[in-house]
Ligand binder design. Sequence first.
Ligand SMILES: C[S@@+](CC[C@H](N)C(=O)[O-])C[C@H]1O[C@@H](n2cnc3c(N)ncnc32)[C@H](O)[C@@H]1O
Length: 403
Amino acid sequence: MASSYIHPSLTPLGPYSLDPRFALTSSTTTTTHISSDRGASGSAEASSSSVSSSSDYVANPFTKINNRSYFRDPENPYPLPCDLPEIHRQSLRTMTLMRVFGAPSCAPQLEGKSPKRVLELACGSGLWSSACHDYLARRGQKDTTFIGLDIISLAPNLRKKGVNWQFVRHDLRKPSLPFPSEHFDFVFIKDASLCQSATAQQIDLLSEPLRVLKHGGVLEVWDSDYVFRALLPNPTPPPKLAEKDQDQAYTTATYTISSATPFAAAQNKYLLDYNSWVEKAFEKHKLSAMPCATIGLSFTAEADAFQRVGSRRIAIPLGAEVRWEQTKKQRKLTADQLSLRQMALLTIIQMIEGMEPILKEASGKSQDEWDRWWAAMTVDLLQKNGLANGECLEVGAWWGQKG
Ligand SMILES: C[S@@+](CC[C@H](N)C(=O)[O-])C[C@H]1O[C@@H](n2cnc3c(N)ncnc32)[C@H](O)[C@@H]1O
């Protein structure tokens, strides 16, 4: 990354800054940049060219805790940091999900069709938009415009990579999206469940994305659960699983989840500790610890708005081979399959690290006690193969074509 990056969206450009209804109130007064020469934690910095008050969370959005940057607005429930290590973690998670799903989109409606205008909500680094652009370009579809929306400008200038890209700064807690109705061919949302309270999501997760989507357009949501369970031995694939999806599961040594998939509570002591703390902390901050259930319900609740819907849920065992896989005398995991499990585990360990402020509070531990717990947890998970009982990352993709 360049030594100091200023996102082009912060200068007036594009249709959304010209139309007063969709004006970016902060974009012309605030400069937000992430620089690579920022010290150990690589935190996102925000500075304002206008005088900002201490309660101006748009111009001055971050606070530092333990050398990491977090949103300062006490009304914002988002519990993860906003800095370079967190962007890297999210990129790793995006790559993990694209590997298990086999593409940047699961919706079959997109195959052979070029969406003209794509919206990525809570886009973060914009990695997904970039990957989707490359995916479409490989199929000869090069004229797609990508609009990324986030509360903070984190993405590099994707235009330099040849992506027809614009960034819109917007808070998803506001009641409406800053776009006209029926504007986009494809709306994509990944790992955005922590942006809003669980109640707001239950009531209204899909209504605004559906409003801005054209008839016949596709809405797709990807997310991951924050509480971890253990997959029990011999999960059988869902009976109606498409051959292509079955092949993808086989290639990646992952397991497709159906309502019949057998799960038990995690057995690893450290994951059990984490599960109890994250549930307590999320309850306090009114966040959903198992968004995969909420998102599935939201698609069911909006069934009338869609012509067709679909979903895929996948369990990725964490770290290495599960004990019951070893005894099945099946083929050994390949290096690729093992690295996928390692990547999934790494994104979880780094997520626990990022959520330290709220988890430490929920645990009631002092800093010393937390540091000891943290050190023992990383040794157990990374060096002692403490997750051989099937503890897994549960991820999901849901999509629907607007009727
Ligand atoms: C877990 S990250 C996911 C980012 C990206 N979708 C990805 O998968 O890499 C969540 C994103 O939501 C953004 N965010 C948090 N609260 C938000 C809000 N109220 N409105 C809009 N974006 C928000 C964060 O800045 C962050 O980029």
